[in-house]
Design a protein around this ligand. Structure first.
Ligand code: BGC
Length: 908
């Protein structure tokens, strides 16, 4: 290379490296990476970008969409936005012509920033539309053609077909009454479990779409689908009810092939398919799976299999109007956990300990003889003598049973059942149990992990881990109360209580959007929201309980706060309003004093322990507080949607609700009638008191906590807000003392007892080692894990700035305390990673913050001795990177743009 060229190149590199780098990536359509099969008519695009500069916001974007990658680069686009001057980088709607069913679209984006830089075009992403019209379904519903046995062995359904041309892409659309697992040419289709998921089946039944291009061969091909009862007609409630959604098991299957030459072929379920049963002899959500390997139909899902003795299938006329694409992330396998111990209990049981209470199943790599019967049972805990304890599973047998075949050198796993367990008991295996042959497979809805928390107190880190595992175990397509006993239902109260914490841990946007669609679908015409969604509880479950049905308002509003997508308010507004109007109709005057309410479920009561008094909060007092809260949230939503009449109507209603509360439930000096922690917490959190009475109510709350020697007494409804209220009224020290309390009742008490998930009750295992009542004693119930929200939002201080949405404007407002020396958390906002962490070190308080591009933040820096605050080593006042907003005795607040900051201030 000539010397001059080399110098030129060198100079160019130098020049380039000093230039700003703006990179755009993290492309999402409807929050998903390259989704296949969506039915949103105007899907939205989101992206993130990074820059090596700070204070960077987007000034413009450009999107282009084409039918393949080549056309994108050739400029033969299907739609382009043109350069749009806007800082919007999330939920930008597609705005071209009508999208077409089963078509794939490729897209790219580039952005400009506020400093005059423009990014390269992003790498290409795509999405594929699902079926947009019911008439796209050529497939017929098919059912087994043989007479089913009572135990409901899993039906197998098969079909062969030929394909002879080069394929561009092939997509399988599948759903079922019950659960399904599909294979093409002997290979499992997709990696989703418990499909088609759990929805209000008779109103909304999801199908999944799978890219199966690589599954197909030139020549003969075969499809095989296994079905199981699942939630649809299997045991599905605490009464062990069956056939909750229907009695018939059925499959709907359609394969769309697009050939390279532009022609297409459609293969679908119809009367020409064949049916039989195989090795799965029964399977149930609660009881487990029974399979007999001797009855396996080897090769049944490959071409050329002899199915002459199989029955034909029956076609059925079930609705296709209820079919919808899958909006949320499917359930997938995640962690694979090896046993930490294998031991014999005093009763002589052979038990594996996986060291973590989890949800999924045990995988056993077995060698055995034909006819050997192996039973694997599951338990969350051992009793106080160390024996295997299953009474809290109630009527859920939670057993997987396998009969081995002659050449069994097999990997045993259930296909359609799951269990909540830490321990597994193995019976019937003749050999020595070795950890090499066992693993626990953990399953849950496959949402991105968004939050990471860490602090200097190990017990608190374990508490966070327990909260996180509570989410993993109970976010299986729907938010459930528990994963182990004969229940596992979408309890509305539990979901709303834990919702905000969940948003920190995982990307729950699509998960809850989907569940809210079922909530609206199941809401009664009179506005009542059923106790569980999907509604599986019949007449008893019609709902209307305060704090439970309010999921209808609390979750949509919370979603809007956290994710900033207004469509959630648009789609849920009717449901929110119906719910508030239902309450109004139940009222006497403005008092909601009717109906059945669960109240402050599982609050502290003397029966649990002799020391102290029961903390009973009047159920109608609670109801009145939630009436006000739901009304407030409806007003907020109405404001965002520009519904002026509703704003003024419900605003005057709200005042009446609060007045009625004060008249009925408080003394003139502001004591609540129930005088419990929960009564003050709810009244303060929802601003039931007029301003002058608020601080005294907070003081009374603190006095009550002191009376209980720094213990909480709250149940499901008071707990989530307890520490928030304390911090809001200047009592973060009391919040910390509750959080760090290790004796019952407290968050850390179960941790000291070895809990690895959140318990349903404060004393699931009592201080003396006895268990709480068997009828309701789950060791994996996330409700009390709602403290996680305070740990992120107040302790570390990550929040959406008041008045903003979706972390476009961020607030970092940490609260130092509890003798901790550090606490930090990172959180994946829609714009990218946000970090906040404080540390007490060398007589200094250090506060580190990382603010994503395209956002700004207000940061509150705690000041201890009125000492000087520096940012990135410079005195605050002389720094150009921050603007001082305010200064109080306790904090200096500064406004910053994107970038990394380290604040330092002298501490004690
Ligand atoms: C569930 C709960 C639920 C409650 C309603 C229980 O059986 O497990 O968590 O919220 O019933 O009272």
């Amino acid at each position: 290379m000539k010397k001059s060229v080399f110098i030129l190149l060198f100079l160019l590199c130098l020049f380039h490296s000093s230039m700003a780098q703006l990179n755009v990536g993290h492309l999402r359509v409807e929050n998903l990476i390259n989704p296949t099969g969506i039915d949103v008519l105007r899907p939205t695009f989101s992206w993130q970008f990074s820059s090596n500069e700070s204070n960077v916001v987007q000034s413009a974007y450009e999107i282009k969409v084409a039918s393949d990658s080549k056309s994108l680069s050739d400029g033969k686009v299907f739609w382009k936005s043109g350069k749009v001057n806007s800082d919007q980088s999330v939920y930008v709607p597609f705005n071209g012509q009508m999208l077409v069913s089963n078509q794939r679209y490729y897209w790219q984006v580039r952005v400009w920033d506020n400093k005059g830089n423009v990014s390269e075009w992003s790498t290409v992403s795509y999405w594929q539309m699902g079926f947009l019209n019911h008439s796209d379904w050529k497939a017929e519903w098919i059912m087994p053609g043989y007479k089913e046995e009572d135990a409901h062995p899993s039906p197998l359904m098969r079909k062969e077909f030929d394909s002879h041309k080069k394929i561009r892409y092939a997509t399988a659309y599948i759903t079922a009454h019950g659960l399904y697992e599909a294979q093409i040419n002997g290979k499992r289709v997709g990696d989703a479990y418990l499909t088609p998921g759990f929805t209000s089946y008779n109103k909304r039944l999801q199908y999944q779409a799978y890219d199966v291009t690589d599954f197909l061969k030139d020549g003969a091909n075969a499809i095989g689908v296994t079905l199981s009862d699942g939630w649809y007609r299997g045991t599905c409630t605490f009464n062990n009810d069956k056939n909750v959604f229907g009695t018939d098991i059925a499959l709907l299957f359609q394969l769309e092939i697009i050939y390279a030459d532009g022609t297409t072929a459609t293969i679908f379920s119809d009367g020409t398919w064949k049916s039989n049963t195989g090795s799965i002899r029964s399977s149930s959500n609660y009881d487990g799976e029974f399979s007999d390997a001797r009855l396996k139909k080897e090769g049944w899902s490959t071409a050329g299999y002899n199915d002459r003795d199989w029955s034909s299938v029956k076609t059925a006329n079930f609705s296709k109007e209820v079919l919808v694409a899958t909006y949320n992330e499917v359930v997938r396998r995640h962690e694979v956990i090896k046993p930490v111990k294998i031991f014999k209990t005093p009763r002589g049981e052979q038990v594996l300990d996986f060291g973590q209470n989890l949800v999924g199943w045990v995988q056993f790599k077995v060698k055995g003889k034909e006819g050997d019967k192996i039973t694997i049972s599951h338990a969350e805990v051992l009793d106080k003598s160390g024996n295997f304890y299953t009474e809290n599973l109630r009527r859920a047998k939670a057993q997987d049973i396998y009969i081995l075949s002659s050449n069994s050198d097999d990997t045993l796993e259930p296909h359609f059942s799951w269990h909540g367990f830490r321990y597994a008991k193995v019976e019937g295996y003749k050999g020595e149990l070795s950890p090499d042959n066992f693993a626990a497979i953990v399953i849950y809805s496959d949402m991105d992990k968004t939050g990471f928390f860490n602090c200097s107190n190990k017990l608190l880190n374990q508490l966070q881990s327990n909260i996180e595992w509570g989410l993993r175990g109970n976010f299986l397509d729907i938010p459930t109360d528990c994963p182990q006993r004969n229940e596992r239902l979408g309890w509305t109260g539990d979901a709303q209580v834990f919702f905000r914490t969940a948003t920190f841990l995982r990307g729950v946007n699509n998960f809850f959007t989907k569940w809210l669609k079922d909530l609206s679908a199941d809401q009664l015409p009179d506005g009542r929201v059923p106790h569980v969604i999907p509604q599986a509880l019949g007449a008893w479950g019609k709902g209307g309980s305060a704090g439970w049905s309010d999921a209808a308002t609390i979750i949509p509003w919370g979603m809007y706060q956290v994710y900033g997508d207004k469509r959630i308010l648009e789609s849920q507004y009717q449901s929110m309003k119906l719910w508030v109007d239902f309450i109004k109709k139940q009222c006497t005057g403005d008092l909601w004093n009717k109906g059945n309410h669960f109240g402050d479920w599982l609050f502290y009561s003397v029966n649990d322990d002799r020391d102290g008094q029961s903390a009973i909060t009047d159920k109608h007092l609670i109801a009145q507080c939630f009436y006000a809260y739901s009304t407030q949230l409806l007003i907020n939503a109405a404001k965002e949607l520009g519904k002026k009449e509703d704003v003024s109507y419900y605003t005057s209603l709200l005042q009446k609700i609060k007045d009625a509360f004060i008249n009925e439930y408080t003394t003139r000096n502001g004591a609540t009638m129930s005088n419990t922690q929960t009564s003050y917490v709810l009244a303060l959190q929802f601003d039931m008191f007029p301003e002058p009475l608020r601080q005294q109510a907070a003081d009374r709350l603190v006095a009550n906590i002191k009376q209980f020697k720094n213990h909480l007494t709250t149940g499901f409804l008071g707990t989530p807000y307890l520490c928030h209220v304390l911090s809001r009224y200047g009592y973060s020290d009391v919040a910390y003392s509750l959080l760090l309390q290790e004796s019952y009742p407290s968050w850390l008490y179960p941790v000291t007892k070895g809990a690895t998930t959140i318990w349903e009750r404060w004393d699931g295992i009592r201080p003396n080692g006895d268990f709480q009542t068997t009828s309701m004693n789950s060791f994996n119930h996330y409700a009390y894990g709602a403290i996680g929200d305070w740990m992120y939002r107040v302790m570390v201080g990550i929040d959406v700035e008041e008045g903003s949405i979706g972390y476009k404007k961020i607030s970092i407002h940490p609260h130092i305390g509890g003798n901790l020396t550090y606490a930090n958390a990172s959180y994946e906002t829609p714009y990218g990673k946000l970090f906040s962490g404080w540390k007490l070190e060398d007589k200094k308080l250090l506060l580190n913050a990382e603010i994503p591009t395209n956002t700004s933040a207000i940061i509150y820096i705690p000041i201890v001795n009125n000492g000087e605050v520096t940012v990135n080593g410079q005195p605050l006042l002389s720094s150009k990177s921050v603007i001082v907003a305010d200064k109080t005795k306790e904090y200096v607040s500064v406004r910053v743009g994107s970038g990394k900051y380290e604040f330092s201030t002298p501490s004690k």
